[in-house]
Design a binder for this molecule. Structure first.
Ligand code: ZN
Length: 273
């Protein structure tokens, strides 16, 4: 069983209930030691206030969500994306985040060129990396389930993400999210291959049936993922960082009181992770 002292909650889990200030207070009050922060919520609070609130409550920031979305139809759009990604790096540095989560992006509008999109992802990461290295912010490439290859992320397996890490070198690692990777027959081998490049570990559950591709993630224990098994594999690499609960659930958990959601996350973390 995972130690609850390693738990973090991704603030998207209570995004409908809590502002950033409210999430920080609610998680800290419940005894959760970590939080992962989203940039839209950060923009509402302001960076300096967020840095102060996180420090005041003694929370560790397991990640900042998110950078990426590299593929674009023209050079000007790719440059605008790079500029925004650099700003995300600076925000992650100010928050002392463990990593900056990278969701790489899917096909540019009107394109069917998947290999081309993947080249733009590689080039975009390569362009961002010097800024991230200078700021001391590790970039965590998060492979997303293949159902998102068209619109969100053309990096869909841990193997693909690690190939990118091999290519780019120091300063780049991976985020392992059970929701995106649980189905992969090669997962155990690839987690072992990742070794010390695992920068983040995200948990929730896969519901059967899943009724929405984005917003129907399950609470741990309500679905079919053997989360503890994958956690053992991740621990086996020597990963001892925070384990982040990340649940987008428009029709269920986003409709319940925030304190109930946080309480349930803690309980299920203890029972299933
Ligand atoms: Zn995730």
């Amino acid at each position: 069983m995972a130690n609850p002292a390693r738990m973090s909650i991704n603030q998207a889990t209570t995004r409908e209930q809590h502002s950033l200030a409210q999430a920080i207070a609610a998680y800290a009050q419940a005894g959760v030691p970590g939080i992962s922060i989203w940039r839209d919520k950060l923009a509402e609070s302001g960076l300096s206030d967020a840095v102060r609130m996180v420090a005041d409550h003694g929370l560790q920031v397991s990640g900042l969500c998110r950078a990426g979305m590299f593929p674009a139809t023209d050079a000007a759009a790719r440059q605008a994306c790079l500029d925004d990604n650099k700003k995300a790096v600076d925000e992650a540095a100010a928050l002392k985040a463990d990593c900056l989560i990278v969701v790489a992006g899917g096909l540019p509008e009107g394109s069917k060129d998947l290999p081309g999109a993947r080249r733009m992802i590689r080039d975009g990461l390569g362009a961002l990396l010097p800024h991230a290295l200078a700021a001391g912010v590790p970039l965590a490439i998060e492979p997303l389930h293949p159902m998102y290859a068209g619109d969100r992320c053309a990096i869909n397996t841990l193997s693909q993400a690690l190939d990118l890490c091999d290519d780019l070198g120091k300063g780049v690692g991976v985020a392992v999210d059970v929701y995106h990777l649980w189905w992969d027959p090669d997962l155990q081998v690839q987690i072992k291959r990742a070794g010390d490049r695992i920068l983040a570990f995200h948990v929730c559950d896969w519901l059967v049936p899943t009724t929405d591709l984005l917003l129907d993630r399950g609470m741990m224990g309500d679905g079919v993922i053997d989360i503890a098994k994958i956690r053992e594999w991740v621990d086996g690499t020597g990963y001892d960082g925070l384990i982040e609960v990340e649940i987008f659930s428009a029709e269920n958990w986003w409709k319940r009181p925030g304190d109930e959601v946080v309480r349930t996350c803690l309980q299920r973390f203890n029972e299933t992770v």
